[in-house]
Write a protein that binds this ligand. Structure first.
Ligand code: BGC
Length: 764
């Protein structure tokens, strides 16, 4: 390793540095790291150890004043292990300098941030990204996000968020990869690798944090932070896979969730953090809490701050985000014998190891480079990739009479509350976004049409009629209220609409209508927007509805009455151009839903991989007495998991299995021919499902077990294969053993979860 000439002074610091540099931290095994950390820990006081477990937010840091800030003075005393959500390399350098020069042992800080779907180049929200089913592209988004964030001094991101969600009332559905554990696990692996690279050796590789462990996406009634209660079989088979995949991919850290898991809050749940995460999955990173999750356990009813902090430590939590429970109470608990030094040391060790693996002991300024910040953030190349990836995430739900794609010309009206708002393009959790740099939809459409036609805009209505609700849904600089009367807004919109050849209706949610603390009790299009849409349809002009959303939307009326619906989610900083690319047909839509779209609120939670029950009812039968269902609604969703149209058509044929029998050590290859039967080149996402017909426990009616995104030229055919191994047939039985039980299985293939062809085979 080369010695760097950085500002790392002080006797103790020099000694530390010499040790950390006696071998490359990477590739020489863990022996050197352990020796280094042993040596460092032998020098640490209890206060310094507890300091490493402390993660405050950065609120009071101003450039050039790190030293005199409240956090700066704590850092100087060795009372802080890391800081999060500081933006800007100068501020980060200042604070790191305090840590390495002013504190007694000079231990560098971790700098974390919620880099959830890009940094200043913002990618589509994670739910949208998952609809691309393109794990290579998703890995690229994480790679670019890491490059930009690290250029700004960040070495740790609180991502990927891998919580499975089957309840779109929950606002944080927007931050995850939808309802499926198999796809979710593939995306978790891709993102961890994208952020961390192979070993976090380079200065553009940052540490990932898999969150929120565990089950945060299953709160009762879809209400954020609410109780979660589920069987262990369901945890392991339907919710844990993405976390496990993140652990196996080597994520450096995990974040606990706010909710209870089997009655005990995750942050104090020893079974979860120690037995499952570290024991069963063999993971060796460190666990940070979510924001104030330790002190929140007082409200959960687990005791006072001292008590809940001790519980958290003993459960396997290593770092305390903001609650000041570890720093504030563990010394007393140690004195009173409520925790032991071994437990504190284990947590300190894991955090120091993370810093070692990041290379911060070798060079605490590894991520500090003003030139990089100037040259590597929001570059044209990154923006081009963001635009291309965004086009893959839009889901075409309806396209009657091939209204889409539109001609780039004529008179186009852009109407709706999402039509001309820059700040609402990136979506929730875009903490490093620069809103004024991004285009609104109207601007994107206008740029695409250029001099070939006219584009006019009218808002038509507000996001919602109720100003208080709108204020709650447009926080953090994303206000969009228009205070003219509803009648005036509508009159203007109708005039614009009547003078057009086609109407693009920009409807749906604002960025902060989903995301944290944005659960909704009704996920339909707001009534005032629906009224506008009805008026637009009534003009007789063709209407293309763009649905901006951070979750599934109920669009039963819309699906019957609006000719074309493209779900555009929140497409990131380049969303406007990407939408124009698809709307005008430069790119064929190819996204497929990763969350089921319900018909009505009563169907929620609704998901494709459900059990059969003892009284199943055919999906398309409306009502049958004494069969599982509703008296007033079909069971089937409006749009199923995996669904999405294209501007071309595909035919699936020649589905075959290489054998109808397999042994536990054998394989069967399933193959299907997919043909592009339309006139445009396009991508198709081929989906493969399995059903275990007989098990010792009830098994889902189908489970995704393979997918392949392929490109087909017009008229072209490709044969797509999926290899069935015994591993693919395994599940966690009642004893939580991971087993493939002999018997009959069904293999299914198709363009979505409902429209499948099937063949049976037997596992001997
Ligand atoms: C969220 C986390 C986030 C953390 C830090 C919490 O409120 O639940 O997802 O990483 O804040 O900003």
């Amino acid at each position: 390793m080369k010695l760097k000439n950085f500002l790392y002074t002080g006797a103790a610091a020099v000694a530390l540095f010499a040790m950390a540099s006696c071998g490359d931290s990477k590739g020489q095994g863990n022996g050197e790291m352990h020796a280094f950390v042993d040596d460092l820990m032998a020098k640490m006081t209890l206060e310094e150890k507890l300091g490493q477990l402390n993660l405050p937010a950065s609120d009071d840091i101003v450039t050039g004043q790190a030293q005199s800030s409240n956090i700066g003075s704590m850092v100087a005393k060795g009372q802080v292990g890391g800081v999060f959500n500081i933006k800007g390399v100068e501020k980060i350098r200042d604070l790191q300098r305090v840590a390495v020069e002013e504190s007694r042992l000079g231990i560098p800080l971790l700098f974390g941030m919620d880099v959830i779907h890009g940094y200043e180049t913002v990618f589509p929200i994670p739910l949208a990204l998952s609809c691309s089913w393109d794990t290579v592209a998703i890995e690229r988004t994480a790679r670019i996000a890491a490059t930009e964030a690290s250029a700004s001094g960040i070495c740790w991101t609180f991502s990927p968020m891998v919580d499975i969600c089957r309840d779109p009332r929950w606002g944080r559905a927007s931050e995850g990869s939808g309802e499926d554990p198999f796809l979710g696990a593939a995306i978790a692996r891709a993102m961890v690798h994208g952020y961390q690279g192979d070993n976090m050796e380079n200065n553009n590789e940052i540490m990932a944090c898999v969150k929120h462990f565990a089950l945060y996406g299953a709160p009762e009634a879809g209400r954020d932070y609410n109780t979660v209660d589920m069987s262990r079989q369901r945890m392991f088979n339907e919710y844990f896979e993405p976390y496990k995949a993140g652990a196996e991919a080597g994520a450096g850290s995990f974040m606990t969730s706010f909710n209870t898991v089997d009655g005990v809050p995750a942050t104090a749940n020893r079974w979860l953090l120690t037995d499952v995460l570290r024991g069963m999955w063999g993971w060796d990173g460190f666990v940070v809490t979510d924001y104030t999750a330790i002190s929140e356990m007082i409200a959960h009813g687990l005791g006072d701050l001292q008590q809940v902090s001790a519980l958290a430590l003993k459960a396997g939590t290593d770092m305390d985000m903001v609650a000041d429970g570890f720093n504030g109470t563990l010394a007393q608990s140690l004195e009173e014998g409520k925790v032991d030094l071994g437990q504190i040391d284990a947590a300190v060790r894991r955090i120091l190891e993370a810093k070692y693996k990041l290379g911060l002991f070798q060079d605490p300024y590894k991520y500090i480079n003003v030139d990089r910040e100037k040259n590597e953030v929001y570059t044209d190349a990154n923006r081009d990739e963001a635009r291309k990836i965004a086009t893959e995430t839009f889901v075409l739900l309806k396209n009657e009479g091939n209204v889409l794609p539109l001609k780039k010309g004529g008179r186009i009206a852009v109407v709706g509350p999402l039509g001309d708002t820059r700040s609402n393009m990136p979506g929730t959790w875009s903490v490093a976004a620069a809103f004024d740099k991004y285009k609104s939809l109207y601007e994107g459409i206008r740029d695409a049409v250029g001099n070939n036609g006219t584009v006019t805009y009218a808002k038509g209505t507000n996001l919602v009629s109720d100003p208080e609700l709108e204020a709650n849904a447009t926080m953090f600089g994303r206000e969009m209220r228009d205070n003219r009367s509803e009648a005036a807004l509508l009159a203007e919109a109708l005039q614009v609409a009547r003078n057009s050849d086609v109407i693009i209706a920009a409807m749906g949610e604002s960025s902060e209508f989903s995301g944290e603390s944005s659960s909704r009790s009704d996920i339909s299009l707001p009534e005032n927007q629906k009224a506008l849409l009805k008026a637009l349809v009534a003009t007789g002009k063709p209407v293309v509805m763009l649905n901006f959303s951070g979750r599934a939307t109920i669009m039963s009326w819309e699906s019957e009455n609006v000719p074309a619906i493209l779900n555009v989610w929140f497409g990131g900083s380049e969303a406007a151009d990407a939408i124009a690319d698809v709307v005008f047909g430069d790119v064929c839509p190819s996204g497929k839903l990763t969350c089921t779209m319900p018909r009505n609120m009563g169907q929620i939670p609704i998901y494709y991989n459900h059990f059969n029950t003892g009284r199943p009812k055919a999906q398309d039968v409306k009502f049958e007495k004494f069969r599982t269902g509703y008296i007033d609604s079909p069971n089937s969703p409006l749009y199923p998991f995996g669904y999405g149209l294209s501007y071309t058509t595909f035919e699936y044929s020649d589905f075959a299995l290489s054998s109808t029998e397999m042994t536990a050590d054998g394989t069967i290859t399933a193959s299907v021919k997919v043909t592009n039967t339309g006139s445009r080149d396009a991508d198709e996402i081929v989906q493969f499902y399995l059903r275990d017909l007989v098990g010792s426990s009830a098994r889902p009616v189908k489970e995704l077990k393979g997918f392949n995104r392929i490109n087909l030229k017009a008229g072209e055919s490709k044969v797509v294969e999926f290899v069935i191994t015994a591993d693919l047939l395994k599940y966690y039985n009642f004893e939580l053993e991971y087993v493939a039980e002999p018997g009959e299985f069904v293999a299914m293939v198709g363009p979505d979860s409902e429209n499948v062809q099937s063949l049976n085979f037997t596992l001997k």
